[in-house]
Design a protein around this ligand. Structure first.
Ligand SMILES: [Zn+2]
Length: 367
Protein backbone atom coordinates (compact mmCIF):
# COMPACT_ATOMS: atom_id res chain seq x y z
CA UNK A 1 0.00 0.00 0.00
CA UNK A 2 1.19 3.50 -0.65
CA UNK A 3 0.16 5.35 2.45
CA UNK A 4 1.78 8.75 2.65
CA UNK A 5 4.39 9.36 5.32
CA UNK A 6 3.22 11.87 7.92
CA UNK A 7 5.81 14.49 6.92
CA UNK A 8 4.54 14.33 3.32
CA UNK A 9 0.98 14.87 4.44
CA UNK A 10 1.94 17.71 6.74
CA UNK A 11 3.91 19.39 3.97
CA UNK A 12 0.78 20.31 2.05
CA UNK A 13 -1.32 21.48 5.01
CA UNK A 14 -0.47 25.16 4.94
CA UNK A 15 -0.78 25.51 1.19
CA UNK A 16 -4.07 23.64 1.01
CA UNK A 17 -5.35 25.50 4.06
CA UNK A 18 -4.77 28.81 2.32
CA UNK A 19 -6.34 27.52 -0.86
CA UNK A 20 -9.38 26.04 0.83
CA UNK A 21 -10.34 29.42 2.31
CA UNK A 22 -11.30 30.61 -1.15
CA UNK A 23 -13.17 27.48 -2.12
CA UNK A 24 -16.84 26.68 -2.06
CA UNK A 25 -17.32 23.95 0.50
CA UNK A 26 -19.26 20.77 -0.23
CA UNK A 27 -20.63 18.25 2.22
CA UNK A 28 -21.51 14.62 1.53
CA UNK A 29 -23.21 12.34 4.01
CA UNK A 30 -21.61 8.94 4.36
CA UNK A 31 -24.29 6.45 5.31
CA UNK A 32 -21.93 3.84 6.58
CA UNK A 33 -19.74 6.16 8.58
CA UNK A 34 -19.31 4.12 11.74
CA UNK A 35 -16.52 4.46 14.26
CA UNK A 36 -12.75 4.35 13.73
CA UNK A 37 -12.56 0.58 14.18
CA UNK A 38 -15.26 -0.10 11.64
CA UNK A 39 -13.57 2.10 9.04
CA UNK A 40 -10.30 0.24 9.47
CA UNK A 41 -12.02 -3.13 9.40
CA UNK A 42 -13.77 -2.45 6.08
CA UNK A 43 -10.45 -1.94 4.29
CA UNK A 44 -8.87 -4.85 6.18
CA UNK A 45 -11.74 -7.18 5.35
CA UNK A 46 -11.63 -6.26 1.66
CA UNK A 47 -7.81 -6.52 1.61
CA UNK A 48 -7.99 -10.05 3.06
CA UNK A 49 -10.51 -11.11 0.39
CA UNK A 50 -8.29 -9.69 -2.36
CA UNK A 51 -5.10 -11.17 -0.90
CA UNK A 52 -6.74 -14.60 -0.79
CA UNK A 53 -7.61 -14.28 -4.48
CA UNK A 54 -4.03 -13.22 -5.28
CA UNK A 55 -2.61 -16.22 -3.37
CA UNK A 56 -4.94 -18.58 -5.26
CA UNK A 57 -3.92 -17.12 -8.62
CA UNK A 58 -1.25 -18.58 -10.86
CA UNK A 59 1.82 -16.65 -12.09
CA UNK A 60 0.09 -16.47 -15.48
CA UNK A 61 -2.86 -14.63 -13.92
CA UNK A 62 -0.73 -12.43 -11.64
CA UNK A 63 1.87 -11.31 -14.20
CA UNK A 64 1.95 -13.61 -17.25
CA UNK A 65 -1.07 -12.16 -19.09
CA UNK A 66 0.18 -8.58 -18.87
CA UNK A 67 3.81 -9.49 -19.62
CA UNK A 68 2.56 -11.36 -22.73
CA UNK A 69 0.58 -8.33 -23.94
CA UNK A 70 3.69 -6.18 -23.53
CA UNK A 71 5.84 -8.81 -25.28
CA UNK A 72 3.30 -8.90 -28.15
CA UNK A 73 3.69 -5.12 -28.51
CA UNK A 74 7.47 -5.53 -28.88
CA UNK A 75 6.94 -8.38 -31.38
CA UNK A 76 4.83 -5.97 -33.50
CA UNK A 77 7.76 -3.56 -33.86
CA UNK A 78 9.83 -5.40 -36.56
CA UNK A 79 6.84 -5.86 -38.94
CA UNK A 80 5.84 -2.28 -38.11
CA UNK A 81 9.21 -0.90 -39.24
CA UNK A 82 9.18 -3.10 -42.37
CA UNK A 83 5.61 -2.05 -43.32
CA UNK A 84 6.58 1.61 -42.89
CA UNK A 85 9.10 1.06 -45.69
CA UNK A 86 6.38 -0.04 -48.13
CA UNK A 87 5.45 2.16 -51.08
CA UNK A 88 1.87 0.81 -51.00
CA UNK A 89 -0.46 3.15 -49.13
CA UNK A 90 -2.38 0.31 -47.43
CA UNK A 91 0.78 -1.42 -46.15
CA UNK A 92 2.27 1.90 -45.03
CA UNK A 93 -0.97 2.76 -43.17
CA UNK A 94 -0.99 -0.65 -41.45
CA UNK A 95 2.62 0.04 -40.44
CA UNK A 96 1.69 3.42 -38.92
CA UNK A 97 -1.23 1.83 -37.06
CA UNK A 98 0.85 -1.09 -35.82
CA UNK A 99 3.64 1.24 -34.64
CA UNK A 100 1.14 3.59 -32.95
CA UNK A 101 -0.65 0.75 -31.10
CA UNK A 102 2.62 -0.90 -30.05
CA UNK A 103 4.01 2.43 -28.84
CA UNK A 104 0.87 3.15 -26.79
CA UNK A 105 0.84 -0.34 -25.21
CA UNK A 106 4.51 -0.02 -24.27
CA UNK A 107 4.42 3.59 -23.09
CA UNK A 108 1.05 3.67 -21.31
CA UNK A 109 0.34 0.14 -20.06
CA UNK A 110 4.02 -0.84 -19.74
CA UNK A 111 5.11 2.41 -18.13
CA UNK A 112 2.19 2.43 -15.70
CA UNK A 113 2.77 -1.17 -14.55
CA UNK A 114 6.54 -0.57 -14.37
CA UNK A 115 6.09 2.58 -12.25
CA UNK A 116 4.14 0.42 -9.75
CA UNK A 117 6.81 -2.30 -9.82
CA UNK A 118 4.06 -4.68 -10.99
CA UNK A 119 6.16 -6.38 -13.69
CA UNK A 120 8.50 -8.29 -11.40
CA UNK A 121 8.70 -9.51 -7.83
CA UNK A 122 12.42 -8.71 -7.65
CA UNK A 123 13.15 -5.08 -6.60
CA UNK A 124 16.24 -4.94 -8.84
CA UNK A 125 14.27 -6.06 -11.90
CA UNK A 126 11.40 -3.72 -10.97
CA UNK A 127 13.88 -0.80 -10.99
CA UNK A 128 15.35 -1.96 -14.31
CA UNK A 129 11.89 -2.13 -15.92
CA UNK A 130 10.98 1.30 -14.52
CA UNK A 131 14.05 2.87 -16.19
CA UNK A 132 13.50 0.87 -19.39
CA UNK A 133 9.80 1.71 -19.80
CA UNK A 134 9.73 5.24 -18.38
CA UNK A 135 13.03 6.62 -19.69
CA UNK A 136 13.93 4.65 -22.85
CA UNK A 137 10.39 3.99 -24.13
CA UNK A 138 8.44 6.98 -22.78
CA UNK A 139 11.12 9.73 -22.81
CA UNK A 140 10.41 10.69 -19.21
CA UNK A 141 12.35 10.61 -15.94
CA UNK A 142 11.82 7.39 -13.95
CA UNK A 143 12.40 9.28 -10.73
CA UNK A 144 9.91 12.04 -11.56
CA UNK A 145 7.41 9.49 -12.90
CA UNK A 146 7.45 7.34 -9.76
CA UNK A 147 7.43 10.41 -7.50
CA UNK A 148 4.50 12.00 -9.31
CA UNK A 149 2.40 8.88 -9.84
CA UNK A 150 3.07 6.69 -6.80
CA UNK A 151 4.07 9.13 -4.07
CA UNK A 152 1.69 11.94 -4.97
CA UNK A 153 -1.22 10.74 -7.15
CA UNK A 154 -1.76 7.38 -5.45
CA UNK A 155 -0.81 8.40 -1.91
CA UNK A 156 -2.85 11.61 -1.98
CA UNK A 157 -5.65 10.85 -4.46
CA UNK A 158 -7.93 13.90 -4.76
CA UNK A 159 -6.26 15.64 -1.81
CA UNK A 160 -6.12 19.32 -2.74
CA UNK A 161 -2.61 20.66 -3.32
CA UNK A 162 -1.10 17.15 -3.34
CA UNK A 163 -2.80 14.54 -5.54
CA UNK A 164 -5.57 16.70 -6.98
CA UNK A 165 -4.74 16.06 -10.68
CA UNK A 166 -4.09 19.80 -11.13
CA UNK A 167 -0.93 18.81 -13.02
CA UNK A 168 -3.23 18.01 -15.95
CA UNK A 169 -4.86 21.45 -16.00
CA UNK A 170 -3.86 24.08 -18.53
CA UNK A 171 -6.38 26.86 -17.80
CA UNK A 172 -4.96 29.11 -20.54
CA UNK A 173 -6.15 26.77 -23.28
CA UNK A 174 -9.70 26.87 -24.65
CA UNK A 175 -11.63 23.62 -24.10
CA UNK A 176 -11.53 22.37 -27.72
CA UNK A 177 -7.80 22.99 -27.96
CA UNK A 178 -7.12 21.31 -24.59
CA UNK A 179 -9.34 18.28 -25.26
CA UNK A 180 -8.56 17.59 -28.92
CA UNK A 181 -5.43 19.39 -30.15
CA UNK A 182 -2.96 19.98 -27.32
CA UNK A 183 -2.61 16.24 -26.46
CA UNK A 184 -0.97 15.77 -29.86
CA UNK A 185 2.01 17.75 -28.54
CA UNK A 186 2.54 15.33 -25.62
CA UNK A 187 5.41 13.42 -27.34
CA UNK A 188 7.32 16.72 -27.74
CA UNK A 189 6.45 18.14 -24.31
CA UNK A 190 7.25 14.95 -22.34
CA UNK A 191 11.10 14.98 -22.67
CA UNK A 192 11.14 18.74 -21.98
CA UNK A 193 9.12 18.27 -18.78
CA UNK A 194 11.50 15.43 -17.82
CA UNK A 195 14.47 17.80 -18.20
CA UNK A 196 12.74 20.43 -16.07
CA UNK A 197 12.13 17.81 -13.34
CA UNK A 198 15.82 16.90 -13.27
CA UNK A 199 16.97 20.30 -12.08
CA UNK A 200 18.63 20.04 -8.69
CA UNK A 201 19.24 16.27 -8.90
CA UNK A 202 22.65 14.56 -8.93
CA UNK A 203 24.63 14.76 -12.16
CA UNK A 204 24.69 10.93 -12.32
CA UNK A 205 20.88 10.80 -12.35
CA UNK A 206 20.64 13.61 -14.89
CA UNK A 207 23.21 11.90 -17.14
CA UNK A 208 21.44 8.53 -16.92
CA UNK A 209 18.07 10.03 -17.82
CA UNK A 210 19.43 12.12 -20.69
CA UNK A 211 21.31 9.10 -22.11
CA UNK A 212 18.28 6.78 -21.77
CA UNK A 213 15.79 9.26 -23.27
CA UNK A 214 18.20 10.01 -26.16
CA UNK A 215 18.75 6.26 -26.70
CA UNK A 216 14.99 5.67 -26.96
CA UNK A 217 14.34 8.53 -29.37
CA UNK A 218 17.44 7.96 -31.50
CA UNK A 219 16.93 4.19 -31.82
CA UNK A 220 13.44 4.71 -33.28
CA UNK A 221 14.79 7.38 -35.64
CA UNK A 222 17.72 5.14 -36.68
CA UNK A 223 15.39 2.20 -37.41
CA UNK A 224 13.07 4.43 -39.48
CA UNK A 225 16.02 5.58 -41.58
CA UNK A 226 17.90 2.27 -41.83
CA UNK A 227 15.10 -0.32 -41.81
CA UNK A 228 12.07 1.56 -43.12
CA UNK A 229 14.16 3.55 -45.60
CA UNK A 230 13.04 7.09 -44.74
CA UNK A 231 15.29 9.36 -46.78
CA UNK A 232 14.59 12.75 -45.21
CA UNK A 233 15.13 13.40 -41.51
CA UNK A 234 11.95 15.51 -41.43
CA UNK A 235 9.73 12.67 -42.71
CA UNK A 236 11.26 10.25 -40.16
CA UNK A 237 10.62 12.74 -37.34
CA UNK A 238 7.06 13.35 -38.58
CA UNK A 239 6.42 9.59 -38.63
CA UNK A 240 7.73 9.34 -35.04
CA UNK A 241 5.38 12.14 -33.98
CA UNK A 242 2.32 10.56 -35.66
CA UNK A 243 2.99 7.14 -34.11
CA UNK A 244 3.75 8.56 -30.66
CA UNK A 245 0.76 10.95 -30.66
CA UNK A 246 -1.80 8.42 -31.96
CA UNK A 247 -3.40 7.68 -28.57
CA UNK A 248 -2.51 10.88 -26.73
CA UNK A 249 -6.03 12.33 -26.97
CA UNK A 250 -7.70 9.40 -25.11
CA UNK A 251 -4.65 9.28 -22.79
CA UNK A 252 -5.26 12.84 -21.59
CA UNK A 253 -9.03 12.22 -21.45
CA UNK A 254 -8.65 9.12 -19.27
CA UNK A 255 -6.31 10.94 -16.89
CA UNK A 256 -8.78 13.73 -16.21
CA UNK A 257 -12.07 11.82 -16.48
CA UNK A 258 -11.43 9.46 -13.56
CA UNK A 259 -10.68 11.98 -10.79
CA UNK A 260 -11.49 15.58 -11.66
CA UNK A 261 -15.06 16.55 -10.80
CA UNK A 262 -15.28 13.92 -8.04
CA UNK A 263 -15.06 14.81 -4.31
CA UNK A 264 -11.80 16.53 -3.35
CA UNK A 265 -10.38 16.41 0.16
CA UNK A 266 -8.48 18.72 2.46
CA UNK A 267 -5.06 17.45 3.64
CA UNK A 268 -6.04 18.31 7.19
CA UNK A 269 -9.37 16.40 7.10
CA UNK A 270 -8.62 13.55 4.75
CA UNK A 271 -10.95 10.55 5.01
CA UNK A 272 -9.81 6.99 5.57
CA UNK A 273 -8.35 5.29 2.54
CA UNK A 274 -11.44 3.25 1.58
CA UNK A 275 -13.61 6.43 1.58
CA UNK A 276 -10.95 8.47 -0.20
CA UNK A 277 -10.68 5.96 -3.04
CA UNK A 278 -14.36 5.09 -3.41
CA UNK A 279 -15.39 8.76 -3.52
CA UNK A 280 -12.41 10.11 -5.49
CA UNK A 281 -12.01 7.47 -8.23
CA UNK A 282 -14.24 6.48 -11.15
CA UNK A 283 -14.23 3.51 -13.54
CA UNK A 284 -14.88 3.83 -17.25
CA UNK A 285 -16.73 0.94 -18.92
CA UNK A 286 -14.85 -1.87 -20.65
CA UNK A 287 -13.56 -0.90 -24.05
CA UNK A 288 -11.73 -3.59 -26.05
CA UNK A 289 -9.28 -1.10 -27.57
CA UNK A 290 -8.40 0.87 -24.44
CA UNK A 291 -8.47 -2.22 -22.16
CA UNK A 292 -5.63 -3.68 -24.22
CA UNK A 293 -3.72 -0.52 -24.96
CA UNK A 294 -3.91 1.32 -21.62
CA UNK A 295 -4.70 -1.66 -19.37
CA UNK A 296 -7.64 -2.43 -17.08
CA UNK A 297 -6.14 -0.53 -14.15
CA UNK A 298 -6.43 2.73 -16.12
CA UNK A 299 -9.86 2.07 -17.68
CA UNK A 300 -12.46 -0.24 -16.19
CA UNK A 301 -10.66 -1.16 -12.94
CA UNK A 302 -9.37 2.22 -11.80
CA UNK A 303 -11.19 1.96 -8.45
CA UNK A 304 -9.64 -1.47 -7.85
CA UNK A 305 -6.24 -0.11 -8.92
CA UNK A 306 -6.40 2.76 -6.41
CA UNK A 307 -7.45 0.41 -3.61
CA UNK A 308 -4.80 -2.20 -4.53
CA UNK A 309 -2.09 -0.47 -6.61
CA UNK A 310 0.29 -3.45 -6.47
CA UNK A 311 -2.03 -5.61 -8.62
CA UNK A 312 -1.38 -6.10 -12.33
CA UNK A 313 -4.04 -5.20 -14.91
CA UNK A 314 -5.23 -8.80 -15.18
CA UNK A 315 -5.50 -9.20 -11.40
CA UNK A 316 -7.46 -5.93 -11.14
CA UNK A 317 -9.94 -7.42 -13.62
CA UNK A 318 -10.09 -10.68 -11.63
CA UNK A 319 -10.85 -8.99 -8.28
CA UNK A 320 -13.27 -6.45 -9.79
CA UNK A 321 -16.48 -8.48 -9.15
CA UNK A 322 -15.46 -9.07 -5.51
CA UNK A 323 -14.54 -5.41 -4.92
CA UNK A 324 -17.65 -3.98 -6.60
CA UNK A 325 -19.94 -6.42 -4.74
CA UNK A 326 -18.29 -5.62 -1.40
CA UNK A 327 -18.47 -1.85 -1.85
CA UNK A 328 -22.12 -2.04 -2.95
CA UNK A 329 -23.00 -4.27 0.03
CA UNK A 330 -21.33 -1.78 2.39
CA UNK A 331 -23.24 1.08 0.72
CA UNK A 332 -19.98 2.68 -0.41
CA UNK A 333 -19.84 4.38 -3.82
CA UNK A 334 -18.68 2.34 -6.82
CA UNK A 335 -18.49 5.11 -9.37
CA UNK A 336 -18.80 4.36 -13.09
CA UNK A 337 -19.49 6.55 -16.08
CA UNK A 338 -19.22 6.22 -19.86
CA UNK A 339 -16.37 7.74 -21.89
CA UNK A 340 -18.68 9.87 -24.04
CA UNK A 341 -20.74 10.93 -21.03
CA UNK A 342 -17.55 12.10 -19.31
CA UNK A 343 -16.37 13.89 -22.47
CA UNK A 344 -19.74 15.67 -22.68
CA UNK A 345 -19.44 16.69 -19.02
CA UNK A 346 -15.89 18.04 -19.39
CA UNK A 347 -16.75 19.85 -22.63
CA UNK A 348 -19.78 21.61 -21.18
CA UNK A 349 -18.41 22.27 -17.68
CA UNK A 350 -14.81 22.91 -18.73
CA UNK A 351 -14.46 26.18 -16.80
CA UNK A 352 -15.75 24.68 -13.57
CA UNK A 353 -13.76 21.43 -13.83
CA UNK A 354 -10.52 22.44 -15.53
CA UNK A 355 -10.06 26.17 -14.87
CA UNK A 356 -11.44 27.01 -11.44
CA UNK A 357 -10.09 25.48 -8.21
CA UNK A 358 -12.15 22.47 -7.07
CA UNK A 359 -14.39 22.69 -3.98
CA UNK A 360 -13.44 20.56 -0.98
CA UNK A 361 -15.83 17.81 0.07
CA UNK A 362 -16.36 17.05 3.75
CA UNK A 363 -17.42 13.42 4.25
CA UNK A 364 -19.63 13.76 7.29
CA UNK A 365 -19.29 10.82 9.63
CA UNK A 366 -15.87 9.65 8.52
CA UNK A 367 -13.53 12.44 9.56
ZN1 LIG B 1 -1.36 3.89 -10.90
Amino acid sequence: MHNAPEEERGGGDRKAGEMSASRRGRTEEVKNGGDEGEKESLMMELTKMVQTMVKESSWWERRGVDCSILAAAFVCLPPGFLLLGSSRLLCFSVGVLLMGVAHAVITVKGTHLASHGALSESPAWAKFWAVFFIEICSSFSARAGVQGHIKMHHAHTNVVGLGDSSVWKVPLLPRSVYLFVAPLAVPVITPLVALAHLRGHSSALVLRTVVMVTLGLYSQYWLLVNVSGFTSPLSALLCMLVCRAMFCVPYIHVNIFQHIGLPMFSPTHRPKRIYQMTHGVLNLPRNPLLDWIFGHSLINCHVEHHLFPFLSDNMCLKVKPVVSKYLTEKQLPYQEDGYLSRLHLFFHRYQELMVFAPPITELVGVQ
